[in-house]
Every structure is written in C-alpha cells, then in structure tokens.
Write a protein that binds this ligand. Structure first.
Ligand code: SAH
Length: 350
C-alpha cells in the first residue's frame, strides 16, 4: 500500500472526518490490495450503519418528455428520434398499486422535466399513492418552491435531484440554459420543506477529475443528504457526448465505497447504470457500500423509450420479473429484503 492511501484509509477506519485530500487518496485506490482494503472498510460501515437489509424502491418512469437539453441524456428535448410517451394519472396510480402488491415500501415517480404534469395533477397522484401506505419519492427535476411545497403537503416523503457534478464550470458546459446555483437552490428548498433529500452525481463525465469527484462527495456531506445516487456516465448515441468514453466501472465502485465512508448514514443505491455496464455490477456495488436497489416498475411497452442512456437493462421484463430476480440477487449475497418504507438512516436528534 502506498503511504498516502494507507494514511487516509487509517483515518477513515478510525471514523475521523475525511478532507478533500483523503477523499482523493481513497478514490485513487490501486487495483489489488488498496481497492480490497477500501471495499472491506466500506462493506463494514454499511453493515454497521445500514444493516443487512436491502431496500427496494419501485421506480415508475411515467413520462419521457423533457424541456431540458442535458448533453449526456437521451431524453433531451433535441432528440427528435425518440418516441415520446406520457402515462395518464390514473395509469400511474394503477402501476403504483402493482408495486405495492409486489411488496415495495417506496414508490419513486420519475420523468423528464415535463410541464404537462402541473403541480396539482402531480399532487393528486401523490395523494392517491399515499393512501396505499407507502413512501413516495419524486424525481421530476427543477420546479418552483411552491410546487415542491404542494407535493410535500400532499404527502410526498422524499425528493431526488442529483446535482450531477460539483464542478460548476463542467455543470455549465453539460447543461445549456441551466444554472448550478439554481439546482442548489432547489435542493435547499427541498431541505427546508422537510423532504428526505436525495442527490448525487455522474461518474466519468468528460473532463472530470478525481478532485471533482471528491468535491461531489464533500457537497453531498454538506447537503447532509439522506440518499445519494452515484452512477457511471454512459454515452448515448443521440447526444453531443455520443463519442465520449463511458465512465469506468472500477472508479464507480471506488466512489460508492468512499461515499459510504464520507456520508455513512446515506442510503446508497446499486444503480441501474452500474448493472448496465456489467451483469454483476449491482451485486458488486452492494458488497462495496450500497444498500438499496431501484427496480423498474414501468410497463414493459414504455421501457425502451426511457433510455436516458443506451442498453439499459430489463427493458423487456415486466414488474414481477424484476421483483423476483432482485430478491434472488439479494439472498444470494447473504442479505435480506428491507421491510417497510426504509426511511432515513440518520440518528434521530436527541
Ligand atoms: N428529470 C429528472 C430525472 C432525470 S433522469 C431530474 O432532472 O432529476 C435521472 C438521472 O439519470 C439524472 O439525474 C442523471 O444523473 C442520470 N443520467 C441521465 N443520462 C445519463 C447518462 N447518459 N449516463 C449516466 N447517467 C445519466
């Protein structure tokens, strides 16, 4: 082990607060001994903080219309080749019911930024799903504070809005017409409104450095997030980043493992993007710090059109397939399915 890695690993093992240099040292773990030590430590912290339960959050991708032009995303408004779809409110509620019957304790409603769903329409959907006794997470992008407030009043428990990258300049390049400050403002509002907040970033974006990724983890710590989605960049052919290389799977594992050390109480999903890059990717992530999986509940006929990146897994499966496949995966790892909503892991303040 190189001395600088060993020193930062020791500090992490002693539960000390890691600074930017420590985080860079951990993210730079070399294959072999260093990576193994990092993964072992992260898996131990996961076991202590989150236990052996793996929470399943059923995701409904209810619309692929999007007004944004994010340079990495296949749903971007400029992608004229994409067949666009919208699920009607009653259909979204029916799919959610299917998810509840499959035993999911959380329903996640995700879409492109689609103004067709006005705040009252989404509030109505949230209210119907809340009657089923599950947690509801929204992931529909940037909206005015009043709209977030309305959904919170309707019973929404959590909100997922990834900051995507903590490097403001890189953010500006990848998000034409958007502002990093505004995204942070949205995260602040969500916090003030009492949501359990999820954020996160993309790993392996063109031009991104290890120091940028360290800043991502420091920002997540500063935001005190309840959840962090950390997934590799996967180039989509119908975007300006089509020719760029994908993010590295190994780097993604190192980011997930280091995140478990920097924000030990956060729920960390083994992302679908990791599963897309490697058939056993999600299993490995679960053994290196992750404790959540987000199975797809979207009706099969729409799945192929919700390709934020290409070759997304499970586009030919149905909701039940994903439910039972994942239960098998979790059991094979010696873990068990979470029960109930799987709310925040943070200690309740005295
Ligand atoms: N419109 C919503 C949901 C976006 S899709 C919002 O703004 O929050 C969910 C996530 O997919 C995004 O936050 C982004 O991090 C990720 N994503 C999109 N395209 C991607 C790509 N090509 N590779 C990896 N992740 C991608």
């Amino acid at each position: 082990m190189r001395p600088e890695f060993a020193a930062s690993w020791q500090r992490a093992a002693a539960g000390e607060e890691l600074d930017r240099e420590d985080i860079v040292n951990l993210l730079a773990a070399a294959p072999g001994e260093e990576e193994e030590a990092l993964y072992r430590l992260a898996d131990g912290v996961r076991a202590r903080m989150a236990g052996d339960e793996v929470h399943l959050r059923g995701v409904i991708e209810f619309s692929n219309y999007c007004r944004r032009r994010c340079c990495y995303c296949g749903l971007r408004a400029d992608n004229a080749r994409l067949h666009r779809y919208r699920l009607m409110p009653e259909d979204i509620v029916a799919v959610a019911r299917q998810g509840v019957e499959l035993g999911y304790g959380t329903i996640v409603l995700q879409s492109g930024e689609d103004p067709w769903y006005t705040a009252p329409v989404l509030a109505g959907i949230v209210r119907e799903i809340k009657k089923m006794g599950v947690a509801v997470t929204l992931c529909v992008g940037e909206r005015p504070r009043e709209e977030y407030a309305l959904w919170r009043e309707a019973g929404a428990d959590r909100y997922l809005l990834k900051h995507e990258t903590a490097n403001e300049e890189l953010y500006a390049r990848l998000h034409p017409g958007m502002s990093w400050q505004e995204r942070l403002q949205c995260l602040q509002w969500l916090r003030e409104l009492g949501y359990q907040v999820g954020s996160g970033n993309i790993i392996g974006l063109p031009g991104q450095t290890l120091a940028d990724l360290a800043d991502d983890l420091l920002l997540l710590r500063q935001l005190d997030v309840e959840m962090a989605g950390l997934g590799p960049f996967i180039p989509h052919p119908a975007t300006p980043l089509a020719g760029e290389p994908a993010g590295s799977l190994e780097l993604t594992y190192r980011v997930v493992a280091t995140a478990r050390l920097v924000i030990p109480f956060a729920h960390l999903p083994a992302t679908t993007a990791v599963g897309t890059l490697a058939p056993n990717g999600r299993q490995k992530a679960l053994q290196r710090g992750a404790n959540v999986i987000m199975p797809n509940l979207t009706p099969t006929r729409y799945r192929a059109d919700y390709q934020i990146y290409p070759n997304k897994i499970c586009i030919n499966e149905g909701p039940e397939d994903c439910r039972y496949c994942l239960e098998g995966m979790v059991r094979a790892l010696g873990r068990r399915l979470g029960r109930g909503p799987g709310h925040t892991l943070k200690p309740i303040p005295a």
